[in-house]
Design a protein around this ligand. Sequence first.
Ligand SMILES: Cc1cc2nc3c(=O)[nH]c(=O)nc-3n(C[C@H](O)[C@H](O)[C@H](O)COP(=O)(O)OP(=O)(O)OC[C@H]3O[C@@H](n4cnc5c(N)ncnc54)[C@H](O)[C@@H]3O)c2cc1C
Length: 291
Amino acid sequence: LFDTSAAEMRLTRPRNIELDDVLGLPIRVLDHGFVRLIDYLGDDNAIVQAARVSYGAGTKKAQEDYDLIRYLLRHGHTSPFEQVEVKFHLKMPLFVARQLVRTRTAMLNEESARYSLVGEDQYLPGEDRIRRQSKDNKQGSGDLIEPAAARDMIRNSIEQAQHQARAVYLDLVEEDDLARELARITLPLSTYTQFYWKINLHNLFRVLSQRLHPHAQWEIRQYAEAMAHVAHILAPRAYGAFVDYQRDAATLSRTERAVLHEVLAGADLERTARGFGLRGRELREFLAKVA
Ligand SMILES: Cc1cc2nc3c(=O)[nH]c(=O)nc-3n(C[C@H](O)[C@H](O)[C@H](O)COP(=O)(O)OP(=O)(O)OC[C@H]3O[C@@H](n4cnc5c(N)ncnc54)[C@H](O)[C@@H]3O)c2cc1C
């Protein structure tokens, strides 16, 4: 069926030697977790190739690949980035997985705690994670709990609770013959789960924007860092554009632009912002953004 005379159309399968070399090797995350790259499809060239199919051959002469990728990302031409995909095997505590699975644009298959016995690994936060409830971020953690002995006690309490829950779980399964689908309800959110997770680069960049952000929980940020490392190797130009236009970028509202317009003409920043009606949290966020 194949027209072997069409030699000019023949392709060599794109390979990323650097990634092939580490395919399947875990990047260790937290105390028992990992991010493993299982497979990938495409790279920077696939993005350029897809864009040129849609924009025509003329673009090829006019722009370097690098500029084209940056142009596409800057202007929200997202579909060429969807031509690149990554598949990870992730092992993470349930509370982290519960955050990650909010990303509806990824495909996933998780191990079944109805079918299999749940593994014994549970996340025990390191000493530097034993922190007070943050005062300024209602979702986050703040200062370290002092003294160090108090942090040790807290870690011991967490560990004891985990052991106890595990013991009850095993008793229910092994001694009482309770179905695993019910026995699992005794297990805490620190229990590790595993799943395969496949996502395209456009959607991965959104996850990374959200989960590398300092407001994201520290634990999920560790997974985001590992995935970002892989994305960087897979498509370095696209990743660079992502860092520039998404990860480290800031957007301005119409009002904020108007304030800055006045400020560039010599007006006082905060007074002008207040004059334009910015106040409270929005004002603080704006000042931080400008700073
Ligand atoms: C720091 C942080 C704190 C958070 N806190 C909470 C919390 O307290 N409670 C909570 O419930 N969630 C919370 N979230 C989850 C958050 O609200 C999002 O649900 C999650 O980050 C997924 O983002 P997303 O919808 O952009 O991504 P995806 O689900 O991957 O969707 C990508 C994009 O596709 C489109 N899309 C996908 N599915 C649909 C659909 N069905 N209908 C319309 N458009 C769709 C949307 O444009 C969406 O932006 C938090 C997230 C972060 C980063």
